[in-house]
Design a binder for this molecule. Structure first.
Ligand code: SF4
Ligand code: SF4
Ligand code: SF4
Length: 194
């Protein structure tokens, strides 16, 4: 964050950073941008619940209001758990987890790092064998300070985004080199023989 955080940064810092999308935006920052521009209301984040709405209301100098249940209901903290004997090692849950809280490799069973899981539930739908279930969060997750937990989730989410960006750049570089090599090979093949 810059030395003087923008309003969007300040709003984003109050959001839970699960990136779950229940607010109808593609993650916490897009929702923060929508609030700052007046497109979205402050009561659209079920994971943040009433406490989150109060924090946003205080920051923006408006009155708090009840959570709009059209976007979902506030639930107790939970974490994902993989029934390992049923896992087929497809890695789809890893691809879906915004905070890299799942460990595993292709064709090997996967496991959730409970202390890093935000309970966003984004890994559940992609699992082809329905072997991910939600369980009550351990006390270490459930009792932590909200701001501390969301800052930790944001750090992991930002790190994942950076890694993904780097992977995309590397993939594009590899594709470019392959194309250049193919072009060079074609040129050599079509050159008249001396
Ligand atoms: S945690 Fe809240 S703000 Fe972030 S994506 Fe989920 S609903 Fe939206
Ligand atoms: S393990 Fe599942 S529920 Fe936990 S943070 Fe990752 S995607 Fe969300
Ligand atoms: S999506 Fe399900 S089956 Fe695939 S690796 Fe994850 S837990 Fe295992």
């Amino acid at each position: 964050m810059p030395e003087f955080p923008t309003l969007i940064d300040q709003i984003n810092a109050l959001l839970p950073q699960t990136q779950c999308g229940q607010c109808s935006f593609q993650g916490c920052r897009p929702y923060a941008e929508a609030i700052a521009s007046g497109v979205a209301d402050i009561n659209q984040c079920p994971p943040g619940g009433d406490e989150g709405i109060r924090d946003l209301a205080d920051l923006l100098g408006v009155s708090p209001k009840p959570l709009n249940t059209h976007f979902g209901v506030h639930k107790p903290a939970s974490v994902a758990f993989i029934v390992e004997e049923d896992c087929i090692g497809c890695t789809k849950c890893i691809a879906a987890c915004p905070v890299d809280a799942i460990l595993g490799a292709a064709k090997f069973m996967h496991t959730v790092i409970a202390s890093e899981c935000t309970g966003c539930e984004l890994c559940i739908a992609p699992c082809p064998v329905d072997c991910i279930i939600m369980q009550p969060a351990p006390p270490t997750n459930a009792d932590g300070h909200r701001a501390q937990k969301s800052a930790q989730a944001k750090r992991r989410y930002d790190a994942r985004c950076l890694r993904k960006e780097k992977e995309e750049v590397e993939k594009a570089e590899r594709a470019k080199k392959k194309k250049q090599a193919l072009l060079a090979a074609n040129l050599r093949r079509n050159m008249p023989k001396a």
